[in-house]
Design a protein around this ligand. Structure first.
Ligand code: HEC
Ligand code: HEC
Ligand code: HEC
Length: 124
């Protein structure tokens, strides 16, 4: 009886451990339909250094398209053209672009636990 309990706990612990690892891992593999943003550094030295150390955001188009109709985003929030819409953290914090949903209510917002859900290093 108690022996079996231990086994179940071990299995659960292992599964949770794997899940946690998958969630906190900063390296993700790009799936078809993911858009990788290309951040343009401005002229300051800070911006160039930041670009080196902090990866641009990914936008998993496909995952969003499962949940939403096209007109949830096009063209009210985003143009149907890669790079067509300016996206910054400042706009997001004002509830614009991604921040229309990523506000901690409809979808995860941007706090220091969530930066690397969007800003991930991707490998093809
Ligand atoms: C919902 C997705 C998402 C989350 C969460 C998120 N970001 Fe962003 N972030 C973006 C997008 C999209 C851009 C625009 C493309 C790019 O530059 O990567 C961006 C841009 C940036 C930039 C470039 C300059 C600017 O202000 O636009 C920095 C720096 C940045 N994010 C830092 C952060 C930090 C730090 C966090 C966590 C506190 C964070 N981001 C969380 C999506 C996100
Ligand atoms: C959750 C929001 C969202 C939904 C829903 C959505 N899109 Fe998008 N779509 C985006 C974003 C963000 C971009 C990138 C815009 C940019 O780079 O400025 C984009 C880009 C595109 C592009 C340009 C891709 C490229 O490589 O140039 C096409 C085409 C597109 N979407 C079609 C669709 C269609 C069709 C649907 C419905 C089946 C859809 N989108 C649903 C947010 C969305
Ligand atoms: C119309 C609402 C909406 C908009 C706009 C939107 N998202 Fe999302 N996004 C969601 C929802 C809902 C989820 C899944 C719920 C969750 O995980 O909190 C999600 C999930 C994600 C995920 C995690 C996907 C995964 O692998 O689990 C990323 C990354 C992401 N969004 C980035 C972005 C970026 C970057 C933008 C802007 C370019 C954006 N989203 C715009 C609603 C939206």
């Amino acid at each position: 009886m108690s022996k079996q309990k231990t086994t179940i706990h071990q299995v659960l612990g292992f599964t949770l451990g794997c899940l946690l690892l998958a969630i906190i891992s900063p390296v993700t593999f790009a799936a078809p339909g993911d858009l990788q943003y290309e951040r343009r550094a401005n002229d300051s030295a800070d911006a160039a250094a930041e670009l080196q150390s902090f990866p641009p955001s990914i936008f998993p188009h496909w995952i969003h398209r499962i949940n939403y109709r096209c007109d949830a985003c096009h063209d009210s929030l985003f143009e149907m053209k890669r790079g067509g819409t300016e996206v910054t953290m400042e706009l997001m914090s004002k509830g614009k672009v991604c921040g229309a949903c990523h506000n901690g209510k409809l979808a995860f917002g941007s706090d220091f636990q969530s930066c690397n859900r969007c800003h991930v290093v991707t490998k093809e």
